[in-house]
Design a protein around this ligand. Structure first.
Ligand code: NAP
Length: 257
């Protein structure tokens, strides 16, 4: 029986698991598909993750070899890397494990965001470069880069930060920080309100793509607030890509699923 292992932690990973379980309303029903197993793997970073349908496993595999062993030991026939575009290490591990274990791999990656007229974006290669440029752009920053990378901004004592993350961040982080615990998707009106009430004058974001967190970009544009956009890291070469769940389903259909 086909066994799909989805490396998850994203909306798209959950969407694919739902579609394969037949729960996606706008997608072909599971009745059209042969019997199959689906396992979603989560890193375990979020305390109360929203679990997708199908089987789930939580925690690292112990590097690419550990992942390859897991794939072989559990009869995985198809591997889908649906991790976040910034989960750089896992994407490389998936590429290596796919070769070692001899199973086909697809990267399901949402398209990057593109600026539109009215946006003032400053693209930087990483968090360190963002922290260097940030004081030139504003003094009250809305930091939406996740709770793991706050150390890069810890030295910016003169700035004030609103940090939004799913779970509480841990030090090191900037001294003048207010933490807002929230899980997307976020609506445009709420984002406008957030910028207004906290008198935000610069937004910092990873180029995560997707619609769940995009309204902050619209709100920033409307308010004339500059946005520091952290570019995506490099991805392994030669891995086929899908940019949506239907595309991923097509790929699965094409590799004898
Ligand atoms: P990472 O740096 O690429 O991965 C670090 C280690 O975490 C990997 O070596 C692996 O451990 C483990 N890991 C990562 N994803 C895993 C998965 N889906 N299942 C099992 N183990 C996994 O990743 P990260 O940036 O820490 O992100 C961790 C997770 O959070 C990812 O699943 C990602 O989709 C999600 N996420 C990340 C971001 C972000 O901005 N980075 C944002 C939203 C969601 P082993 O080597 O032991 O296998």
């Amino acid at each position: 029986m086909p066994h799909v292992l989805i490396l998850g932690g994203t909306t798209e990973a959950r969407g694919l698991a739902e579609a394969l379980a037949g729960a996606g309303t706008d997608l072909p029903s599971s009745a059209a598909r042969p019997p199959h197993r689906v396992t979603t793997s989560l890193a375990g970073r979020v305390q109360n993750p929203v679990l997708p349908p199908g089987e789930t496993r939580i925690g690292g595999f112990g590097g690419p070899r550990g992942l390859a062993d897991w794939v072989r030991d559990h009869g995985v026939t198809h591997l889908v890397d649906a991790t976040h575009p910034f989960a750089e290490r896992m994407s490389f591990h998936a590429a290596e494990a796919s070769v070692v274990a001899g199973v086909p791999l697809l990267a399901l990656r949402r398209p990057a965001w593109q600026p539109v007229p009215g946006d003032t974006w400053h693209r930087v290669p990483d968090l360190r470069a963002a922290a260097e440029l940030l004081p030139d752009l504003g003094s009250r920053a809305f930091l939406t880069t996740g709770r793991m990378g706050l150390a890069a901004f810890a030295g910016l004592d003169r700035m004030w930060f609103l940090v939004r993350s799913v779970d509480a961040p841990e030090p090191p982080m900037p001294v003048r920080t207010e933490v807002l615990l929230a899980r997307g998707p976020f609506g445009l009106e709420d984002e406008r309100e957030l910028l207004r009430t906290h008198r935000i004058d610069v937004l910092v974001t990873k180029d995560s793509g997707g619609s769940a967190t995009a309204p902050k970009l619209t709100a920033a544009r409307e308010s004339g607030i500059p946005v520091l956009v952290i570019d995506r890291p490099v991805v392994p070469e030669g891995v086929p890509e899908a940019s949506s769940v239907p595309e991923a389903l097509n790929w699965l259909a094409g590799v004898a699923f």
